[in-house]
Design a protein around this ligand. Structure first.
Ligand SMILES: [Zn+2]
Length: 119
């Protein structure tokens, strides 16, 4: 598990039992393959075989975790053993709309009409 840019260590938090928001992430192209692997795990009964199948399937699944300290999203791509497999997604403020909504446009139009009437 990664460490966020703010220093939050997801692995240590996990060991301490600290909860944080997280999701499993599967590439669209790999989804059918991962589902077949999951199905094989569920139908297998030998413990060692199940663990081997889980280990094999896990490499195809990444994760998306929300840092409880700074709010950034930390994305770990499937097969994420290299440094570039971890992407930090910081929250950005919402972008203002370029065009006014219909309601505002009509309000502006009536305001304009009112101000023209008084001239
Ligand atoms: Zn953080």
């Amino acid at each position: 598990m990664p460490i966020c840019e703010c220093g939050f260590n997801f692995a240590k938090a996990n060991l301490k039992g600290q909860r944080f928001e997280s999701y499993a992430v599967i590439r669209d192209d790999d989804y059918p393959k991962v589902m077949r692997k999951e199905s094989a795990i569920l139908s297998e009964h030998g413990r060692d075989k199940v663990l081997a199948l889980i280990s094999d399937a896990a490499q195809w699944v990444g994760s998306l975790m929300r840092c409880p300290k700074c709010g950034a999203w930390v994305f770990v791509k499937p097969h994420g053993r290299t440094r570039d497999a971890i992407v930090i997604l910081k929250a950005v403020p919402p972008v203002k709309r370029a065009r006014p909504t219909k309601r505002r446009a009509s309000a502006n139009a009536s305001r304009h009409a009112t101000s023209t009437r008084h001239r």
